[in-house]
Write a protein that binds this ligand. Structure first.
Ligand SMILES: Cc1cc2nc3c(=O)[nH]c(=O)nc-3n(C[C@H](O)[C@H](O)[C@H](O)COP(=O)(O)OP(=O)(O)OC[C@H]3O[C@@H](n4cnc5c(N)ncnc54)[C@H](O)[C@@H]3O)c2cc1C
Length: 294
């Protein structure tokens, strides 16, 4: 499949990129790693006249860990750079779990975290992890700038809060809360494929107690969904096997899967339950706690 014709533009900074988005006649689109955009263009789902390539803009790539101040991630940071970052592996293992399970090495070397968020696929795998970690996105345009919680940024499949001319400039992840432990797991046909179901958990622990819990599931709703009832079944408890299984069943009841080639609604709920139980168990293990039998 060939690409449709387009004009390739290379702005020097985000202001110029924004001006291009605002001023060019006809459809223009931002290009980062192109692993989503170029596929859509080949399939003629999007046929922009102009592609505004951000790759030449300095300062949009890389991680900055400020002790006590959290992690700033440039939107052009590749998935592979996140995967191989020692800071991400040690301080944000939930995010490391997610990127380590994404695509192939080739895709992770091209694909960026900003592209994964802005593409707003219901199956995007950095989303559940960054959602639970409380990520905030800094958006800029030629004349404006603002910060938006990731939770509010993604509005539906392929839909974000980006206004005309706006670009994602930075992703900020707050310093992890002391005593919090997370994990992410996905089910996909092949390891490199998009998740059929993805599950992320973040538990706030104190001694043997789970003080609070956050659970997000992806690919089983229009965006990554929080499983609030399941979270409430874990909060304030010493989590044993029975508690873990009831939270997993509750999470499966809260998702909104659609039947497709990858499974029926019931099969996807079963996958959601199994993955939720698995990530809770892994997070407890990371906390040095093991779910005992009831
Ligand atoms: C074979 C294959 C396997 C894949 N496997 C996975 C997987 O396992 N898990 C997964 O989650 N994804 C997967 N993907 C999807 C894709 O690789 C990721 O979503 C990737 O992170 C997209 O990043 P990109 O830089 O390539 O985005 P691009 O394709 O360049 O852009 C994606 C969208 O984001 C917009 N955009 C990009 N950067 C900005 C910015 N700074 N400001 C505003 N808008 C912006 C673009 O305009 C476009 O609409 C896979 C794709 C392929 C082809």
């Amino acid at each position: 499949m060939s690409l449709p014709q387009f004009t390739h533009l290379r702005p020097a900074d985000l202001r110029e990129a924004s001006a291009m988005l605002l001023e060019l006649p006809g459809e223009s689109r931002v290009l980062a790693g192109g692993t989503d955009m170029l596929v859509k263009m080949k399939l003629r789902r999007q046929v922009p006249r102009y592609l505004i390539n951000l790759k030449k803009i300095a300062g949009l790539e890389g991680l900055r860990d400020e002790p006590g101040g959290g992690l700033s991630i440039g939107p052009l940071t590749t998935l592979e750079a996140l995967k191989t970052s020692v800071v991400v592996r040690k301080k944000y293992p939930l995010l490391h779990d997610a990127v380590a399970r994404m695509g192939t090495l080739e895709i992770r070397n091209c694909g960026t975290v900003g592209g994964n968020l802005c593409n707003a696929s219901p199956a995007a795998e950095t989303v559940p992890a960054l959602l639970l970690l409380g990520a905030t996105l800094h958006l800029v345009s030629r004349d404006t700038q603002r910060s938006v919680a990731l939770e509010a940024f993604i509005q539906g499949p392929g839909r974000t809060q980006l206004a005309r001319g706006e670009l994602l400039a930075t992703i900020h992840v707050p310093e992890p809360v002391q005593g919090s432990f997370g994990a992410y797991e996905k089910h996909s046909l092949r390891r490199m494929d998009l998740a059929v179901v993805g599950a992320a958990v973040l538990l706030g622990t104190e001694g043997p107690l789970c003080r609070w819990a956050k659970i997000a599931l992806s690919a089983v709703g229009p965006t990554a969904l929080r499983a609030h009832h399941a979270e409430s079944l874990l909060a304030g408890r010493e989590v044993d096997e029975a508690c873990m299984q009831s939270a997993a069943r509750a999470a499966a009841a809260e998702v909104q899967p659609q039947a497709d080639l990858h499974g029926t609604v019931e099969q996807k709920r079963e996958m959601a339950a199994a993955l939720t139980a698995r990530v809770i168990a892994r997070a407890l293990e990371r906390a040095g706690l093991h779910p005992g039998r009831a």
